[in-house]
Design a protein around this ligand. Structure first.
Ligand code: 8YV
Length: 319
């Protein structure tokens, strides 16, 4: 039997491709620290039995047709909206993701943005760095206290649950909305409408699907409290970015913390102008620990499937 070829679409952090080489695969490593353009991806994946990819690569029917030997697409991400899963199922190609190992990192980053938005850290940073700070003033950059306030979580999966656990230390009341109530959840299940109207802070932790697209639009924003904060560490398309800009400009809500954007890496120019939004460059899982574990898990999935075993973290089941 010939040695399987694995294509890796861009430079990845430690342990890198070592687990794939140790497994004896022929590795086609595009060791470039940038997204792989579609034509290069097609060429790279053509002979591959396994594809190691990231959210920056679109895996669609055309790519799959150009890679007839492909048996597994291992996404180094928990989200897999960059992959046409139905097209993979049709062709008998397994799809895996990297859940669990990034849960804490992403929940921590959610809280970092939440706290930064509540306590106006971005504005304070800009003030101090630009030499405009003239000394302590009792009314300067007053923010929002969190104790006793209501945290509303949209999407009570693993990351949403980890965000909720952290809220205990801040003595917040937690409510959530999900496709269906989560058994054993410590927070109270509410309708989307109630989540929007009751929450002082809303965090988005749901996947990007046709159902969640623009769940936060102008109408949703209008039902939120004028003092409310919105935090998105999920996927950009959950929020209508133009509507959010208008809401932040017009005082419809008080502030936001964003890690993800509708058309990454492009950011709505209105957001860049606003002081009441904290912007991060998709850092949810960006810790040494989480990224190493994501690389390892994606490699483990490739090794398992290409040696005839079940994948560790499939997103689909193939019959
Ligand atoms: C990743 C993420 O950094 O896992 C996800 O879904 O959004 C991030 O943790 C990114 O997707 C890497 O491909």
């Amino acid at each position: 039997m010939s040695v399987p070829v694995v294509a890796v679409t861009r430079q990845i952090p430690s342990p890198g491709i070592a687990p794939l080489e140790e497994a004896g695969f022929v590795v086609r490593y595009r060791e470039v620290d940038a997204a792989c353009p579609a034509d290069e991806l097609t060429e790279l994946a053509a002979p591959a039995a396994g594809l190691f990819c990231l959210l920056s690569e679109r895996v669609d029917a055309a790519l799959l047709d150009a890679a007839p030997n492909l048996r597994i697409v291992a996404n180094m991400a928990v989200g897999y909206d960059n992959i046409d899963v139905a097209a993979c199922v049709e062709r008998g190609v397994m799809v895996t993701n990297t859940p669990d190992v990034l849960t804490d990192a992403t929940a921590d980053l959610t809280w970092a943005l939440l706290l930064a938005a509540a306590r106006r850290i971005g504005e304070g940073e800009r003030l101090t760095r630009t030499g405009r700070w003239s000394g302590w003033r009792p009314g300067e950059l007053l923010g929002t206290g969190l104790g006793g306030k209501t945290l509303g979580i949209f999407g009570m999966g693993k990351i949403g649950s980890a965000v909720a656990r952290r809220a205990v230390g801040f003595e917040m009341d937690v409510i959530y909305h999900n496709r269906r109530p989560v058994p054993g959840a410590t927070a109270g299940y509410v309708s989307l409408e109630e989540l929007l109207t009751r929450s002082d802070v809303i965090v988005l932790n749901a996947p990007s699907t046709p159902e969640t697209r623009h769940v936060i639009d102008a109408a949703a924003l209008a039902t939120m409290k004028p003092t409310a904060l919105l935090v998105n560490t999920a996927r950009g398309p959950l929020v209508d970015e133009a509507a959010l800009v208008a809401a932040l400009q017009g005082g419809v809500i008080a502030g936001a913390g964003l890690d993800v954007y509708e058309a990454e890496p492009v950011i709505h120019p209105g957001l860049l102008e606003l002081d009441n939004v904290v912007l991060a460059p998709h850092l949810g899982s960006a810790t040494h620990e989480a990224r190493a574990a994501m690389v390892q898990l994606a490699c483990d999935n490739l090794v398992a499937v290409l040696s005839g075993q079940q994948p560790l973290t499939p997103v689909i089941s193939l019959r």
